[in-house]
Design a protein around this ligand. Sequence first.
Ligand code: NAX
Ligand code: K
Length: 499
Amino acid sequence: MPMHPDSHDLHTVERLRQLERAALAVPGMTGQELMRRAANAALNSLRRHWPEVRNIVIHCGPGNNGGDGFLLGVLAREAGLQVELTALTGASQGDAAVARQAWVAGGGCVQVVDDDDTLPTAELHVDALYGIGLHRAPEGKAARLIEQINGSGQPVVALDVPSGLDADTGHCAGAAIRADVTVTFIAGKRGLHTGRAADHVGVLELATLGVPDSVYADVAPDARLLRAEILPRRPRYANKGDNGHVLVIGGEHGMAGAARLAGEAALRGGAGLVSVATRAEHVFALNATRPELMVRGVDGPQALAPMLERASVLAVGPGLGQAEWGRALWLAALDANKPLVLDADGLNLLARQPRRFSVPAILTPHPGEAARLLGVSTSEVERDRFAAVRELSRRFGAVAILKGSGSLIADPDGRLDVCPWGNPGMASGGMGDLLTGIVAALLAQGCSAWQAGCLGVGLHARAGDRAAQHGERGLLASDLLAPLRALGNGVHDGERDHD
Ligand SMILES: NC(=O)C1=CN([C@@H]2O[C@H](COP(=O)(O)OP(=O)(O)OC[C@H]3O[C@@H](n4cnc5c(N)ncnc54)[C@H](O)[C@@H]3O)[C@@H](O)[C@H]2O)[C@@H](O)CC1
Ligand SMILES: [K+]
């Protein structure tokens, strides 16, 4: 059955090339025709976003992305705009050369960029420097031009990909365009949705260029964007025993807050019962401030054993520490062979004592923890977040959630989802503890590890966005608890969440 081009489908560059080849095999479809349609889509977007703009500068690179730029020049001039055009090279090849010729034949000038050029002035810049063919950091005059465009203070429209951003990974090895709008062609690219992408892409629009559905049928996407979902409905006759019992293990001396937040998030995520095993000194405070939590002081594995027995899902790591107390509880928890979520020091201990899980398990590292688990540097993780999260999942036999802008969720079968929500206000203490609690609650309510990971990440990020409507700076993890409950139940408070 033909697969429809779905804006939630995300492809690698390799698969985009396959799609391009298949599109070019469609009768009547040529490289020039696709390029013309790409230019037309970009012009429509530009005029929709900036109807007042009268003069633009288009910056063209050496490949077909530059070709899109030349044809945009032709169409924009026909539409009555004043167009200046710069090119990184004195000549172009293939389809781009034909497009360049069309621009010149219509009387257009090409200003070949020189080392000491100043940026032409315009109301808007179009970035047609590099698309999916970028294979290293822009250098020399290309890097300088990118910095000049970014520094111009004028709006920027990127064609296909903001130049300098790796369409495969979302990594920037050097200078990269910060676009206001990116019009991407044919299909979604996974690198536009994670890592550094959020600071470069701006508003993202997909133009499929009239490529027929049949072309998409043979090329499976590599990843998918999460969709907004609510929690599974529960029967009216449910009792608390039906909704699972989460045990949070954490809260070393001075770290009660982490265990409390994870526990509270598990309650708000719908777990039937939530226990907390922590240091004895925290028991009174936690019981007094959140009486729904069943808090016990444990001094070691023996005291933990009956709690492990009663729990259906374990959330191991919030504020746990890596000293003898934490390590002994961690070991006892893993040996209990119950479905579990590992976070924070639960992951750091796993890095020191790796094992593969035979129970449903979810790991929720940030890039630093992921690096420790994989034995690489944090920058290596960030260079290819997709590869890192897949390797974590494969190596540990668990669903892995790689946190950060555009969180990724992977399972050992190779499935990979990308979270389109969240904001920098969520880069603050306690946010990870919340995610741990939510995901544990979903596991406890009968979700598979994969479902719990995807649903939990989505709810957490959307709750963060809703809470940030009052400002990103100063956002507290506990601000997310009320929106989390509302979103999980499909309750809207008058605002629409983007899907
Ligand atoms: N082929 C097709 O079917 C279509 C292609 N389209 C456009 O074509 C683009 C892909 O074109 P290309 O494959 O030509 O690739 P690009 O135009 O993205 O860039 C490739 C060119 O840049 C050079 N290059 C890459 N990184 C560099 C660096 N860091 N420093 C200096 N030079 C560097 C390469 O050697 C090559 O000459 C897409 O992103 C899209 O914009 C669109 O026209 C739609 C249809
Ligand atoms: K570009």
